[in-house]
Ligand binder design. Structure first.
Ligand code: FAD
Length: 389
């Protein structure tokens, strides 16, 4: 008899799981999605003829196997020339993001910064207790106050960065980079060639053997008995792959996990290009309400006399960014540990890890295929590396 698999959520993690597992003849796969379409925020929509997604959704990976996998479904264009910059109002200048050694030379307070950077060696950066301490220990008070302080307060909607007590995720790295930006410059950077972005990847799920239920209303009838209610009807499954926040399945009994959401605005400008050549994202490190701007044309390369810019505002709308607070992460781990071995929680919300990106969600789906194929279910933490604190 075929094993019945339930996939919850039709974002990248759910659709990758559907593609991969529906090929296994011993599985009968159902995917439920609460929206009327697949792809979540990675779905390409159009405004004034311009393709855009909810935020950049730029594909970046160190794993060639993952790139090859995606490239087979949606042909990708490599864009290793991409650069990100950040606006620092105090200096009224744009610098590289992450900061580059050469940026310091352009700064009006470079002498103070150099003095502070020299002291850096005295500090134990890794044993810092919170984000503020971590960054001051990494590159001094001056750079912290003009590039990190306000950005992180708005990004995480906190009044004090001392409340942020995990920082390995912090995207700028612990030091001022010398030469190429190690992590990013070595990664494969790419974006779909077709104007409809990743949409074919999502829509091809309908061509697999997966039963897709859109506009689905899901509830748990009895987790131990493997029973789930979909649109009011109870179903039993053998394996569950969920991409949504794990608290939902435990009736929030330890409390609801905290997330930051996003409001997204789009503006068309009357010029062919808005950002300088090779600049794909602009970060704003000051008291503006927004964090990041993206010029979609940089990725899509479509021709138009105008250009669309997307702007992200941190908000309470949506569960997009798991909070980088140890207390919340520990709560998430308790929820995850309480799941039985046939239950996989993947993706950004599912693992409650900010670091989980498009490539990671594909990698997780591939790992699950392996576990199922080799019958290697383990208690509670089937793919442990994703849940380290
Ligand atoms: C603004 C923003 C920008 C980003 N930019 C990038 C980027 O440039 N590069 C990159 O690699 N990653 C980026 N990411 C992250 C990346 O897109 C995701 O980590 C990745 O797509 C994996 O998504 P997922 O499947 O885990 O979850 P999601 O995409 O969130 O999908 C979850 C799905 O579950 C559905 N759902 C929720 N509740 C239920 C329910 N009760 N029943 C049924 N369905 C439900 C949702 O509607 C959604 O479709 C970005 C994320 C955000 C928020």
């Amino acid at each position: 008899m075929k094993k019945k698999v339930l996939i919850i959520g039709g974002g990248f993690g759910g659709c990758a799981s559907a593609h991969i597992l529906s090929k296994n003849k011993s599985l009968d796969v159902t995917l439920v999605e609460k929206n009327k379409y697949l792809g979540a925020g990675v779905r390409t929509l159009f405004y004034g003829g311009h393709p855009y997604t909810f935020g950049p959704r730029h594909f970046l990976t160190h794993n060639k196997k993952i790139f090859d996998y995606l490239n087979k479904h949606v042909p990708m264009r490599k864009c290793s020339e991409h650069q990100f910059i950040t606006y620092v109002e105090r200096d009224n200048k744009f610098y590289n993001y992450p900061l580059h050694e050469n940026d310091i030379k352009q700064m009006p307070d470079k002498n103070i910064i150099k003095r502070e950077l020299k002291k850096k060696k005295l500090f134990k950066i890794k044993s810092s207790k919170n984000l503020e301490e971590y960054w001051i220990n990494s590159f001094g008070k001056t750079l912290y106050s003009k590039t990190i302080d306000l950005y992180n307060k708005k990004m995480w909607m906190v009044d004090d960065n001392k409340k942020i007590d995990t920082f390995n995720w912090s995207p700028k790295g612990a030091t001022i980079k010398q030469g190429p930006r190690a992590a990013w410059d070595k990664a494969i950077s790419a974006y779909p060639i077709k104007k409809n972005g990743y949409n074919d990847f999502f829509d091809k799920v309908f061509k697999t053997k997966t039963k897709v239920i859109l506009n689905a209303k899901l509830s748990v009838s009895n987790l131990k008995a493997k029973k789930f209610k979909i649109n009011g009807k109870s179903h039993k499954f053998d394996i569950v792959i969920s991409t949504i926040s794990p608290d939902f399945f435990h009736n929030y009994k330890l409390g609801e996990l905290g997330f930051i959401g996003r409001d997204f605005h789009k503006i068309v400008f009357p010029t062919e290009h808005v950002f300088p050549k090779n600049i794909y994202f602009l970060y704003y490190a000051n008291d503006e309400k927004f964090t990041r701007l993206v010029e979609y044309k940089k990725f899509t390369k479509h021709k138009s006399k105008t250009s669309l810019i997307g702007i992200e505002f941190p908000s309470k709308n949506g569960k997009y960014y798991p909070l980088p607070f140890k207390k919340e992460i520990k709560k998430a781990q308790k929820y995850l540990k309480a799941f039985p071995s046939w239950y996989f929680s993947i993706g950004r919300a599912g693992t409650y890890r900010y670091e989980v990106d498009i490539d990671d969600s594909i990698e997780q789906a591939l790992e699950i295929e392996n576990i199922i194929k080799n019958n290697k279910y383990k208690n509670a933490m089937p793919i442990e590396k994703w849940w380290k604190l």
